[in-house]
Design a protein. Structure first.
Length: 317
């Protein structure tokens, strides 16, 4: 009991320190009133959220955006992530400030999710803090600080946390499986769908590598299946219109839908397996890995299965 109480205090302190670190990084925004205002925020997010939520506040659901070229269905464009729970901010704040607050909250949540996942792996609380900060302040996530649709990936550690708990605490497996499925569903609603695609592939490899093909393989398949079914069910409100729009989109001719095909899945791992096709990775598919995390990974002892998994995943993903 005393040990659990001490652990709880350390975890609360760890989360507080993480929040302080994130706020310090964004101190110019928080304490000087500056706003994120660059590239897509100015060209895409600000006008779109202004248009949509000006109608939402009037009780009107704008299904069609007639202000962009010939128009398009507002909620079929998954990158905009209209159904993300964090978008409730825009009901109470001006869009410019809402985008800034959403960015900061996303970084805080991503760091906390990584901290929880590390603690589920029995990593010390100081090392868990370090891992969470390395995760959110690595190159890819600093680069996307002005792209709200890319915050989708911040939910992956929470899915992994729920998976660890589901296998560790058998009598609560159903609850944590539900949590992983709901988190995957929120990913579907948040923004860039290719990050959901990457997460599904990653989680599949993770479960079978982490726990192996043993006598409980059926249980692993059941948990994995339930996670995907719940996730797809929650995200269906975004997935179905997105797929309908994709069939009519000119992006199909530029390779953006490659990853939705069997060949695209194979080329994700073996880019040049078919010499007859041109390898194509669109510009918004950066598969970067933070330098610090790579160095730590190479020097980490390989005697633990979870370390070996991430070591191999580095070369695959």
């Amino acid at each position: 009991m005393h040990k659990d109480k001490k652990k709880g205090k350390r975890d609360r302190l760890g989360i507080i320190l993480i929040i302080i670190a994130v706020c310090f990084y964004f101190k110019e925004v928080i304490f000087k009133g500056l706003l994120f205002w660059k590239d897509d925020i100015f060209d895409l997010w600000f006008p779109w959220y202004t248009y949509v939520f000006s109608y939402i506040k009037k009780g009107i659901f704008p299904l069609w955006n007639h202000l962009s070229l010939c128009g398009y269905p507002s909620f079929s464009f998954s990158r905009l992530g209209f159904f993300s729970p964090l978008n409730l901010i825009f009901l109470f704040l001006p869009v410019a400030y809402g985008l800034t607050i959403k960015t900061i909250l996303s970084y805080i949540l991503g760091a906390i999710f990584m901290y929880l996942y590390m603690r589920a792996l029995k990593v010390s609380w100081l090392s868990s803090i370090a891992a969470s900060l390395i995760f959110i302040f690595s190159g890819p996530f600093i680069e996307i600080s002005f792209c709200p649709e890319d915050f989708t990936f911040f939910y992956l550690p929470l899915i992994l946390f729920c998976i660890e708990r589901a296998f560790e605490i058998s009598h609560r497996a159903a609850m944590y499986t539900l949590g992983a499925g709901l988190t995957l569903g929120i990913q579907c609603l948040t923004g860039h769908f290719q990050y959901v695609y990457f997460s599904v592939i990653f989680v599949t490899f993770y479960i079978f590598f982490r726990y192996g093909f043993k006598k409980d393989t059926i249980e692993q398949i059941k948990i994995l299946t339930m996670i995907f079914l719940i996730g797809i069910g929650v995200g269906a409100i975004q997935i179905i219109p997105m797929c309908e729009l994709l069939r009519l989109s000119f992006w199909r001719e530029t390779g953006w839908s490659d990853f939705l095909t069997l060949e695209g899945l194979i080329r994700f791992v073996l880019p040049n397996f078919n010499p007859a096709t041109l390898t194509h990775f669109p510009p918004d598919f950066p598969l970067w890995v933070g330098i610090v995390s790579v160095l730590l990974l190479f020097f980490a002892p390989k005697n633990k299965k979870i370390v070996r998994f991430y070591f191999y995943a580095f070369f695959i993903f």
